[in-house]
Write a protein that binds this ligand. Structure first.
Ligand code: 5GP
Length: 172
């Protein structure tokens, strides 16, 4: 696997992340939402997004796994580390790196609903709508991208490339 070309530049990412943060701040202006970071892929996006939110906000973290160092989801999503905070009656915004087949999001929504929050919305940096197996509602989308495997800005291939500042195509 090697890096092919830039799909989304650092400047484009920063501009869009700022817009998403403003939108979330407006939509939750009289509330105190809990932004939940889905580790590890969303960590970089989360750190930037969280700091653009201009209203009182809390953060929580959950770690999932489904890829096992491949470019195709195994379809078996599992929780590696669960939530610690209490989300009962909370306004939750789930922050994801990318929605691909939709299986991870579907798993997450079931997990969250069981905690009886007041509301749950989803913010994903990237969306690959053509790959959907399970339907998914995404309330805040950074960028829609074609059916290509991407790395950088938190996204990995076999745990590498998360530190890159742009989002790149990768080729086999
Ligand atoms: P889904 O369950 O929607 O198929 O997959 C969601 C998860 O798969 C994402 O959170 C992400 O970890 C991983 N994923 C899906 N597409 C890509 C991609 O193009 N690049 C990387 N690095 N991870 C991806």
């Amino acid at each position: 696997m090697e890096i092919e070309s830039t799909l989304i530049s650092e400047a484009e990412i920063q501009k869009r992340v700022w817009e998403l943060g403003q939108q979330i701040s407006e939509d939750y202006s009289n509330r105190e939402p809990v932004l939940v970071c889905v580790l590890k892929g969303a960590a970089v996006f989360f750190a930037d997004l969280f700091r653009t939110v201009s209203i009182p906000v809390r953060c929580e973290f959950i770690q999932l796994s489904s890829y096992d160092d491949r470019t195709e989801s195994s379809g078996h999503v599992r929780t590696v580390q669960g939530l610690n905070g209490n989300l009962h009656n909370a306004d939750v915004v789930v922050v994801e790196d990318i929605v691909d087949t939709g299986q991870t999001l579907s798993f997450l929504m079931k997990e969250f609903q069981a905690l009886e929050p007041a509301s749950v919305k989803v913010c994903s940096l990237l969306n690959k709508p053509t790959r959907r197996i399970v339907s998914a509602t995404i309330d805040y989308v950074g960028f829609e991208i074609p059916d290509t495997f991407v790395v950088g800005y938190g996204l990995d291939y076999a745990q590498k490339y998360r530190n890159l500042r742009e989002i790149y195509h990768i080729k086999a």
